[in-house]
Design a protein around this ligand. Sequence first.
Ligand code: GLA
Length: 747
Amino acid sequence: MNPAAFSRSWCATRRLLLACVLMGVAAVAQAQTIRYDATTRVFRIDTDAVTYAFGVNENDQLQTLYWGARLSTGDALPAAHTNEGNVSFDPPTSTSLQEYAGWGGSMYVEPDLKLRYADGNRDLVLHYVSHRIEGDTLDVHLRDIRQPLDVTLHYVVDPATGIIGRSALIENHTKQVVTIDSVAAASWNLPAAEDYSLRYLTGRWAGEWQLQTRAITPGNTVLESRRGSTGHENNPWFAIERGGDWAEDHGDVWFGALAWSGSWRITVEQGVLHQVRVTGGFNPFDFAWPLAPGESLSTPVFYAGYTSGGIGEASRLLHRFELAQIVPQHPKPRLRPVLYNSWEATNFAVDQAGQEHLAELAASIGVERFVMDDGWFGARNDDHAGLGDWVVNPKKFPHGLKPLIDKVHALKMDFGLWVEPEMVNPDSDLYRAHPDWVLNFTDRPRSEGRNQLVLNLARQDVRDHVFKVLDDLLSHNDIAFLKWDYNRNWSEPGWPQVAPDQQQKIYVDYVRNLYGILAELRKRHPNVEIESCSGGGGRVDLGILGHTDEVWTSDNTDPFDRLSIQDGFSYAYAPAVMMAWVTDSPNWVNNRRTSLDYRFLSSMQGSLGIGANLLHWTAKDFAVAKKYVAEYKAIRASVQQGKLYRLLSPRDDSPHAATESVSQDGKQAVLFAFLHASQMKYPYPRVRLQGLDPDARYRWRSLHGAPVAGTLAEASGAYWMNHGIDLALKGDYQAAAIVFDRVGGKR
Ligand code: GLA
């Protein structure tokens, strides 16, 4: 029973009414995360490790006061007051840290909301009106000084991680149409400091998740997608560190991620007085949202947190938050099954006999989920035709999918299927019947990507069609898993069927309908799991992760390239959602040859899959794979849902990489270490573990590779963390995996 419930029942029994009221007040005050001080007009959010505060200043505007390490409850923050600005050019309204800035008055920083009225007015000045605190949520109501244009700022706090989610609701209670030109979910103002630096993730197809670092100096850094979806190029995640040290295990780090899978923008800005501000939401590029009287628009959620434990801890907080609060099976998602995927083995040449054969081979090594990729439907023999026609190809599967699915079940695996529901090939029955269903501008060219066009999911009829196709597929076939692909970005994003002033709503309505389809499918088919794929990792964000259980990290399956891809991914997203396949050598991406051991260990750092052509494997390969799959099942709880420590970074041409995953209960730690190229006879750097109990004892066992001769068989956590372990790694593309099991006794 929690303390509040205990005190309620105790009070009821004793009927000590007055005492109970007093106790109740005390209990609430202690446990409360969000408080408002009516005297100073200060809002304060406290979790175990973090304090976030803002106040209503003398102009009735919201101003950020503090965000960082937890302050004592006794430290009453002074009321908000604007600063002096900088003469006439930078007035206080612009240089004071506004919590959510309307563009109006003298405002030169990135605004959160910019709009125009039908009568030509474009001035918006938001003042505090009221607020409501309910449990771990806070709503603050703001209104324009002249017009009933209302903004409600919503805050939701996760006490376990200190991560705060912020979003805004814009309501037009005026009598005229108001067009929103740009709207952010939130701005995060950092404490005054001069030495901040920024980390963010960039990439492209087959080269996602590259970590970038740059000092924050006067000016803006804009991270964005104008592509209609999240995109490979930038990911909506940021981390900012104070001091320029970027240590994994110490240092002040502020971090955040935007939960949106459409065009998005995050602006990191250093103002004239060196204030740092991060503003994120819908991308204002080509955006316009008319709000008729009585209409409203809500933004996605921009999550952010703080830690004094360095970038490593920032990642672990995000991982924990994603699994406990975001993914569909939160707070306790199932462990990811080991899957087999047919794509790299068969490409489009799938058929019943071939897939059944692959399924038998996959089952023999312990695979738990068999996934048939592209090629099973319509006239889909290559990427020129068939997308949109989601009927089983009768030549390849004369009796439908049932015989294959039954076979997969008989082999004790569940069955998964590839779909790309938002796309259409012009050479398809769907496009021939509905050429108006795609994004397009009337009488303009329709640019193709991979010979396909994007269906306009913002249209209700298209949305309903896509939902029905998938609902039928899942209703008529025993499918446990969909790999949901999306293989191009937008072009000519027109929506000619609606009035011209409504057409730019497509950027939001499309994504909302996508989320709506995913949510409804999950509701009607609660056992179906879904993977978000977009030519690899082109649609990974906290929005899509609210509806999908895992993501395809990259089409690049080279196990060496994967080390830096996976390293970058881990800054923002949990290993549990990071799918990693063992594929063939030489790899199709770069012709690199690596051993099967190396390929397995690289993939075992995430959620393991096999994507190799098993028809080409030797008996020895099967034996090796069977061993690793069994070993993986014994460590996957630690790898997928444990605490990840990045010990040696593969970035910057380092010849080494090492990670460690510690199980939630602290009983197991798994060390993966890689050597890309031995040089000058240097030994492998000594690896010092992290996150162990210094007083507990741990015994190691090797999955592959070994420590140097003479290494202690068992030692304390303090020993492994301070002294470390020397690994006998030599040569090129070598790998080791060592499991540390906690054994009884103290050091
Ligand atoms: C994309 C995916 C691949 C595969 C192909 C199928 O490229 O990322 O994994 O599914 O589509 O066409």
